[in-house]
Each structure stands twice: as C-alpha cells, then as structure tokens.
Ligand binder design. Structure first.
Ligand code: PGA
Length: 247
C-alpha cells in the first residue's frame, strides 16, 4: 500500500524561534508515524528548517517557485535555488497564489515543469471557489486546472503530487465532507489514469480546514492519499494527531 503524505503549509507564518520549537516538538512526537511528513516553509527559513529536519523523517518543502529559470526577475526564487536547500517538495498553484498573485493555469503548469526539472516534486493545488461550486462547476474547474499541468508536463506527470483544495474550505473551518472530497478525488484520479499508467500510485492530497477531528475520516477515503494542512500544521499537537490518523 502506498504511504500517505501529510504536508504542512505554514503560509506566511513563523520565526526562527517558533520554527525551532515547532520542529523539535514534531520530531519528538513523530515516533510511530507510518506516513510521509513534510513542511512547506517560507523561503527565508529554508536553510534553518533544512538543518532542523535532519534525521527527523520530516521532509522539506517550499511554498512557491518561479516560472523562470534564472535572470532579471527581482524577488523570485528559482527551482535550482530550492534544490540548493535540498527541498523535496514545492507547492505550486496554491489558491492564494492564483487569487492574490494572478497565477494562471499556464503559469502553474510552467512552475510544475521547473520544479520537476530541478528534481523537486511539485504539489499542484487545484480547487473551485464557492461561486464555482454553487454553479455546479467544481468538476469542470479542477479538471481544467489539472489538464494544463498534464498538457505541459507530458510523461513526467506521474512525478507530481496533486492537492485538491476547495477554496471555500481553506482557513474557513468548513471542510468538504469525506464523501464530497472523495468524489472529486475520483474525478482527478480518472483524469490522471487517462494520462499515465502510474495514476494509481500517485498521491492526491486533500486540503482545506483539515484538523485533528476530521482527518481520520477524510484520510480513510479510497482516493485521499494524504493532506495539505495549513492552520493545524502550526500547532504541533494538532499536526501530530493528523499524522497519527494517516498511514
Ligand atoms: P487550512 O489551509 O488547513 O488552514 O484550511 C490549507 C491550505 O491552504 O493549504
């Protein structure tokens, strides 16, 4: 059976002091974890966290990557720079990037390509807004978002991780019911099956207000292979409970 992945998304939170405490408590509490665990941290903390996770079983992730390889792109961080910090994962196309930074499906697809070329696994986020959901367009939206990444990345598509994050569930305390989430995950799995023979071993994570109380039910769904956890990943006890609920 494939191991699930629980990835924390710290977003724009943290400090040297807080990161150190959080990771020390996580490392101490990870004992019997059977799933894979990662933390996606703000770029300035990559070096610190790279050092803190050594020997803990926790893997390092970034939250974004430039669509460009190198050059005159002030403020951007390239995939090769992330590789210098031995980042294993990078979030790509998080809804906050799509919404506040105008990232299009095409930009997200190129970012995934840059990560893959640097040997970093992109965690490609897809998800519908509340309005899109209300209009019955969930399937159409997530399929369009994933199709762009499939189209640009060809046979490498089997190397990505997908995260279904309904935008209306992010940071709101509202989660998709396990059945609703499973339905969308199955749609995404079928789309991947049409693109690669490896689809059944690929990971499709759920994200959006996953917490200690709802994780077990979500993670027991057939096509839910882990979680992308925002708020609850900043509280060691909550994150450890989610890790314990995964396999
Ligand atoms: P949340 O965020 O768990 O705080 O809803 C998830 C995410 O945005 O990745």
């Amino acid at each position: 059976m494939k191991r699930q992945l629980i990835a924390g998304n710290w977003k724009m939170n943290g400090s040297f002091a807080a990161n150190e405490v959080l990771l020390r408590v996580l490392a101490a509490g990870m004992g019997g974890a059977t799933c894979q665990v990662a933390v996606c941290v703000p770029a300035p903390y990559l070096a610190q966290v790279q050092g803190l996770v050594v020997g803990t079983g926790i893997e390092l992730g970034a939250q974004d990557v430039s669509q460009h390889e190198a050059g005159a792109y002030t403020g951007e961080v390239s995939a090769n720079m992330l590789r210098d910090f031995a980042a294993r994962y990078c979030l790509v196309g998080h809804s906050e990037r799509r919404q506040y930074h105008g990232e299009t499906d095409a930009v997200v697809a190129t970012k995934a390509q840059r990560a893959l070329a640097a040997g970093i696994t992109p965690i490609v986020c897809v998800g519908e807004t509340l309005a899109e959901r209300g209009a019955g367009r969930t399937e159409e939206v997530v399929k369009r978002q994933l199709a762009a990444v499939i189209h640009t990345n060809g046979h490498c598509i089997s190397e990505i991780v997908v995260a279904y994050e309904p935008v209306w569930a992010i940071g709101t305390g509202k989660t998709a019911s396990p059945q609703e989430a499973q339905r969308v995950h199955a749609v995404l799995r079928n789309q991947l099956r049409a693109a690669t023979e490896q689809a059944d071993r690929m990971l499709i994570l759920y994200g959006g207000s996953m917490n200690a109380a709802n994780a077990a039910q979500l993670l027991s769904q057939e096509d839910i292979d882990g979680g992308l956890v925002g708020g609850a990943s900043l509280k060691a006890g909550d994150f450890l409970s989610i890790i314990a609920a995964a396999h």
